[in-house]
Design a protein around this ligand. Structure first.
Ligand code: GAP
Length: 439
């Protein structure tokens, strides 16, 4: 994001609403804290993020399988995984005027940051949402909304081993919604109560997890760069002793330089055999892996790269946002990589003359087979270019009166604003070349 944006987060929140990326959930009723809806363009961007992750982690590898486990699980899962006892943050209450609640580990001083009042002693607050399964709302019917997708992978480890041809080392990947009753929220979609995670559990021989941890830290860092995030806005930070989750031997975060400082984009953890061992103990099922060549039996160790779709979404928009001076005016532009842009090509008839609209629609219908396209015949051409810049469309094709005679059109480049004339029959090939995508 450029320096010129007065308050980068406010500017982005407003763009997200104005252009249909993100809306506050249940806005007409005053909203609900830390829950957001994703509009037409937001849905497209999220899909790009998920697709890019799935392609890298599953489609382009032969050692990773996919999984979609349910959000609701047998509650014993959370007892075994340690989430019931350990998935909590220290909560303090303001005993002064405002009675606000804070996460003790995120406070600088010892008084309430809002009103300066005294704070209560910290108490552990479990972040899992509870609900009931079935018609009777008693203790026996309590179930939890999963706070991570990983446990669905661990409890299915044997199912995947037995039904696939995978041999260790291999991974199981999953994308799905998770829920966390976060104490302190804010910063737009950075810390949500309903979020979407993309997680890989990588199973390897005990003792091999150190090198695999290095491997995944490196792979994942490069993936974030490949989305177009500026390398100077990314860093890998090993966790200190006190920061590690209850299941982790060691972890590192890939962090992004958000407007308020460095923040976690992705966590990579060495989970050892913590989870499989606990599930084996509590379920009484044998979860060991048998090496087919040596018949050695063991509980695999796990390395886990885990990230949120929502934080990736936020980082991509912040990184791509720019305000640029053009002929004395400010244009807002999202310099998104073509493979991430909600639309790759916009087709715009110069005016609402029926012949132009018809030809533009034909061109757009043809290009849509290969690219994500949008047809737009509203407003002046200048305003339509500005809108496409603001939503990050890399190419805009204008069909004008000459197009009817010479069967050519103008391609305008979002970043350079250069315009070139190209024959209609070469449009698809030229777009593919410029966008470096083919979908
Ligand atoms: N299974 C590992 C795990 O849950 P985590 O570090 O708690 O690890 C992984 O979460 C990732 O999920 C984070 O790096 C972040 O991208 C995302 N994430 C976690 N909590 C979030 C929240 N409340 N809102 C948005 N994204 C969140």
């Amino acid at each position: 994001m450029t320096e010129s944006a007065a308050n980068p987060m406010e500017t982005l929140v407003s763009l997200c609403k104005r252009r249909g990326f993100v809306f506050q959930s249940s806005e007409i009723y005053g909203g609900i804290n830390a829950v957001y809806d994703f509009g037409p363009l937001g849905v497209r961007l999220r899909r790009r993020i998920r697709d890019a992750w799935w392609r890298e982690m599953v489609d382009l590898r032969d050692d990773v399988e996919g999984l979609e486990a349910a959000i609701l699980m047998n509650p014993t899962v959370w007892e075994a995984s340690g989430h019931l006892t350990n998935f909590s943050d220290p909560l303090v209450d303001c005993l002064g005027k405002c009675h606000q609640r804070w996460r003790a580990d995120q406070l600088e001083g010892t008084t309430c940051p809002n009103c300066g009042g005294h704070l209560s002693q910290p108490r552990q607050f479990n972040l899992m949402f509870k609900t009931f399964i079935g018609p009777v709302e008693d203790e026996n019917a309590v179930v939890y909304l999963r706070p991570e997708t990983a446990q669905g992978i661990f409890v299915n480890f044997k199912n995947v081993v037995n039904s696939s041809r995978q041999r260790i080392p291999f991974g199981i990947a999953q994308i799905g919604r998770s829920f966390r009753n976060e104490i302190s929220t804010g910063n737009f979609i950075f810390r949500l109560r309903e979020l979407e995670m993309m997680e890989l559990e990588w199973f390897c021989q005990p003792g091999q997890d150190g090198p695999w941890f290095e491997y995944w830290c490196d792979q994942r860092f490069r993936w974030h760069e490949s989305l177009g995030l500026k390398p100077e806005h990314l860093r890998l930070r090993p966790h200190g002793e006190h920061e590690k989750a209850h299941y982790a031997l060691a972890s590192s975060d890939i962090e992004y330089s958000f407007p308020w400082g460095w923040g976690e984009l992705e966590g990579i953890a060495r989970r050892s055999d913590f989870d499989l061992k606990r599930h084996q103990e509590v379920s009484g099922r044998d979860l060991q892996y048998t090496d087919p060549s040596t018949n050695e039996r063991y509980l695999p160790y796990v390395v886990e790269p885990s990230l949120g779709v929502d934080r990736t979404f936020l980082a991509l928009l912040l990184d791509a946002y720019a305000e640029e001076k053009v002929r004395g005016e400010t244009r807002v532009v999202l310099h998104l990589k073509a493979s991430m842009a909600p639309f790759q090509v916009a087709v715009l008839p110069l005016s609402k003359k029926p012949e132009l609209m018809e030809l533009a629609r034909t061109v757009e219908r043809e290009l849509r087979q290969q690219f994500s396209t949008e047809y737009d015949d509203t407003q002046s051409i200048g305003r339509r270019y500005r809108r496409q810049d603001e939503i990050g469309t890399p190419l805009a094709i204008t069909i004008d009166f000459e197009s009817l005679d010479d069967h050519s059109a103008t391609i305008r480049d979002r970043d350079t604003m250069e315009q070139v004339r190209v024959p209609l029959e070469q449009l698809a090939i030229i777009c593919a070349d410029r966008l470096d995508v083919g979908r």
